[in-house]
Design a protein around this ligand. Structure first.
Ligand code: G3P
Ligand code: CA
Length: 246
């Protein structure tokens, strides 16, 4: 079950696709990431009013589309009317909001793993089972998926379903700037502990690794930061421009 990376290879994670150069969380960003030299594609998911899992970071479409409104209040057809590429650049006009199923279908053809972040699962009761059902209904091998969240209860819930998916706990700077996570209790159900990069210290890494938790800090976009974290011994880096940082 444990995936602790002791091969000395730094895992590169494309955050929301390659968000520096492409519209985040769109198929164009995912395709660009998957043909590049990365190991894992990271996406964020929310749930529509008609119970579709869609790929988007915020709980509203205001920042990343030419529309406005909350995901939970709109159905898939309504969400698909808007353009999710044009806010990045007019060359990306026409990008739609991806469904989770579309991303699962895409990644089947590539070697990379999919890192799925459940966003605010407390606002979407039952989303954990819905995600696992969608994954199980697909042909994607279980070892190509990691599910992560800032919500530890939600990850524990998925662990208790006993489906064997790798799990990660995200660690925010706001909540943990003054204390270490409870690595031992996290390691009882998760495989990764992925912190804000500013929280990574030798002590953090030593404790996480003691419990066989892999550590992939977010969001590392600068070369100097990346090299420093690599030297400290992180297992991977979550980056908007993973191909440029080393
Ligand atoms: O994968 C970690 C990172 O994505 C967590 O923060 O806000 O970019 O989803 P955020
Ligand atoms: Ca994320």
């Amino acid at each position: 079950m444990t995936i602790y990376n002791n091969e000395n290879k730094l895992i590169l994670v494309a955050h929301r696709g390659i968000a520096t150069y492409f519209p985040e969380n769109t198929m164009i960003a995912f395709k660009a990431a998957l043909v590049s030299d990365i190991d894992i594609l990271e996406i964020d998911i929310h749930r529509t009013s008609d119970n579709h899992l869609v790929v988007i970071h915020d709980d509203s479409i205001d920042r990343t589309s030419n529309g406005s409104g909350k995901i939970k209040d709109m159905n898939l057809a309504e969400l698909q009317q808007f353009d999710y590429g044009i806010t990045k650049d007019k060359q990306f006009a026409g990008a739609t909001i991806p469904t989770l199923d579309e991303v699962i279908n895409l990644i089947q053809d590539y070697h990379q793993k999919l890192l799925i972040e459940l966003k605010q699962p407390q606002n979407y009761p039952g989303i954990e089972s819905e995600l696992i059902d969608a994954l199980n209904a697909s042909d994607l091998p279980k070892n190509k998926v990691i599910v992560q969240s800032f919500n530890q209860k939600s990850m524990k819930k998925i662990f208790d379903m006993n489906e064997g998916y790798e799990l990660g706990v995200l660690i925010s700077k706001k909540k943990y700037w003054y204390k270490l996570p409870l690595f031992k209790s996290i390691a009882a159900y998760a495989d990764y502990v992925n912190p804000n990069y500013a929280l990574v210290t030798e002590k953090f890494l030593k404790n996480a690794h003691q419990y066989k938790l892999s550590v992939m800090p977010y969001t590392v976009n600068e070369h100097e930061q990346a090299k420093a974290l690599q030297k400290l011994g992180v297992d991977g880096l979550i980056s908007d421009n993973p191909n440029d940082i080393l």
